[in-house]
Write a protein that binds this ligand. Structure first.
Ligand code: MN
Length: 234
């Protein structure tokens, strides 16, 4: 039997220092995982359990961004409040469920810098009605991600500045240590809900300072120890 049309291709993210690609399976995202960002979104950042949403994994949703080259993404439809969210992205390298916090690092393949682009007006409208967030979060070109740096190369990444500029001006600046649920705790919790598989990506949440971009704006996203990415809105 053959497919009635060509099946979609898998997105591969470059692995820094190699010629290999990391094949992306699912994209999980953590909501409100920095206290100051939870506050700016109108919530009490008490340590409630982490919550998750997903983005699509097709080539129209994920945007691989090389380390040394700016990539353009189109301003999306049906929004007038298109937001950036810089995030540490964790790439999973081993299958597992009910993973303990102590063992979580052994499931990490590597790390990258990502942007959880958001149609904030649509997300908020859905939130107010208790509806799902997909139209605000899971649209085309909503997940730019940089090259993956392997845990084998750089070790566990539990601290380091996370910094986003728009047109050269700092808009988000925090540190990975300010995650409410750190990477190991996030992997442990997520793996009780879903069996994690090689190729999964986890966007770990954004710090405070989210805001809007418009066509012509250029974002530069950096996390200490990882390749920064430059993404332009057109
Ligand atoms: Mn986010």
């Amino acid at each position: 039997m053959s497919f009635v049309f060509n099946p979609m291709s898998i997105v591969g993210l470059p692995v820094q220092g190699t010629d290999a690609l990391f094949p992306v399976r699912r994209i999980y995202c953590v909501g409100r995982n920095y206290a100051a960002h939870a506050r700016e979104m109108g919530f009490d950042p008490d340590r409630e359990p982490p919550f998750f949403f997903c983005k699509p994994n097709d080539p129209e949703s994920i945007v691989p961004v090389p380390a040394d080259e700016a990539v353009s993404i189109p301003y999306p439809s049906e929004t007038s409040n298109y937001h950036y969210e810089i995030e540490l992205v964790v790439a999973i390298g081993k299958d597992g469920k009910n993973i303990s916090v102590e063992e979580a690092a052994s499931y990490i393949y590597g790390y990258a810098v990502g942007l959880d682009m958001t149609r904030r007006d649509l997300q908020m409208a859905q939130r107010e009605k208790g509806r799902p967030w997909e139209v605000g979060k899971a649209f085309d070109y909503s997940a730019p991600v940089g090259p993956i740096h392997t845990l084998a190369d750089i070790g566990e990444l539990n601290a380091g500045e996370i910094h986003l500029t728009v047109n050269g001006q700092t808009v988000q600046r925090s540190d990975i240590t300010h995650l409410i649920w750190n990477v190991a705790e996030t992997i442990a919790n997520l793996s009780t809900l879903f069996e994690l598989k090689q190729g999964d990506l986890i966007f770990t949440g954004t710090p405070e300072g989210v805001g809007a971009v418009v066509a012509g704006d250029e974002m530069r996203a950096e996390i200490t120890g990882l390749s920064g990415i430059t993404v332009k809105v057109v």
